[in-house]
Design a protein around this ligand. Structure first.
Ligand SMILES: Nc1nc2c(ncn2[C@@H]2O[C@H](COP(=O)(O)OP(=O)(O)OP(=O)(O)O)[C@@H](O)[C@H]2O)c(=O)[nH]1
Ligand SMILES: [Mg+2]
Length: 290
């Protein structure tokens, strides 16, 4: 989805992994191949955002017809106690593609995103300003108005996952999908201050399933109020497992027109949660509650 916040999100995620998640889960998480390719681009974005001018990244160019762009690949190393109580080193790998929004705008385009077939989980970032009820708010603040609504983006993803996974019409897609509403800072006024969605992520070394459900429920009702009930229906109909999240890479509203961050600085909010959910779902992280 054009402008949904993917590049900014991926740019800050690296620091979140290194400065919060590593300690929390006693893991080491590093890009495979070091700082090169997309990983380097993301680092440069982050450095630019941290400068006093606080410049935001520009639009990501659409995939060239010559093939897909390289993802950033992370390896997560952690130790786990085996049945004998001895610690063994284990690892898992995950990757992120920073595709341009247009790559997903239509099914035809999405079909060229062949890498989706190989995934064991997907994080889908949706722009809250794309819901019908939020268009006026976007206009007011000068935020970019997405041409493609969240439903169309989900429809394109669904078509691809069904096709590449050969999922029959009467069956649901098995891959878990984390559906993330980005830019949630712009809607903090619709969330009670003491709600977990307004609070920072937990620092406990477990994925809190109960808290995640509470966030899921609140985000679901916000989406319905924004005129997105059919998005939820689509998710229910097509996916065995999905979870709703709200996150903000910036943590405070930028000057949308000027492409400059808020002068409160970079305040990433709950950006690692979707990844942690996928990791916990695959049994790589312990769960609590729920
Ligand atoms: N309020 C708020 N706005 C954000 C946030 N992240 C991004 N934005 C706004 O959304 C714009 C687009 O963000 P990008 O990260 O470039 O979006 P993208 O999905 O990579 O866009 P394309 O590359 O064009 O597909 C930014 O320039 C900001 O105006 C956030 O956390 N909060
Ligand atoms: Mg981008």
């Amino acid at each position: 989805m054009r402008g949904s916040g993917k590049t900014v999100m991926l740019s800050v995620l690296h620091d979140e992994l290194k400065n919060g998640v590593e300690d929390r889960f006693d893991a080491s998480i590093d890009p495979v191949g070091g700082s090169s390719g997309l990983s380097l681009v993301l680092k440069e974005n982050r450095d630019r955002m941290l400068q006093s001018s606080g410049g935001l990244p520009g639009q990501t160019p659409e995939n060239s017809s010559s093939g897909k762009k390289d993802p950033v690949v992370y390896q997560w190393l952690y130790s786990r106690k085996n049945a004998l109580g001895r610690a063994t080193e284990e690892s898992t790998v995950f990757s992120f593609y920073d595709n341009a929004g247009e790559d997903f705008a239509t099914t035809e385009h999405a079909m060229s995103q062949v890498y989706l077939g190989a995934t064991s989980g997907v994080i889908l970032l949706l722009d809250p300003f794309g819901f019908p009820a939020n268009r006026a708010r976007a206009d007011d603040r000068g935020a970019w108005l997405p041409e493609t609504g969240p439903e169309s983006v989900l429809a394109a993803l669904t078509t691809v996952l069904r096709a590449v996974g050969k999922v029959k019409r009467n069956k649901k897609i098995k891959q878990p999908v984390a559906v993330v509403i980005s830019k949630i800072d712009a809607f903090f006024d619709e969330i009670p201050a003491d709600h977990p969605l307004r609070q920072p992520s937990s620092t406990r070394p477990v994925f809190d399933e109960g808290e995640s459900q509470t966030v899921h429920d609140h985000v679901g009702s916000m989406i319905e109020q924004w005129g997105g009930a059919s998005l939820i229906q689509k998710l229910d109909r097509n996916y065995e497992t999905y979870r709703l999240f709200g996150a903000s890479a910036l943590g405070a509203e930028p000057d949308y027109r000027a492409g400059r961050m808020n002068n409160r600085g970079l305040l990433p909010h709950r950006v690692a949660e979707p990844l942690l959910w996928l990791m916990a779902d695959r049994g790589f992280l312990p769960k609590a509650g729920g």
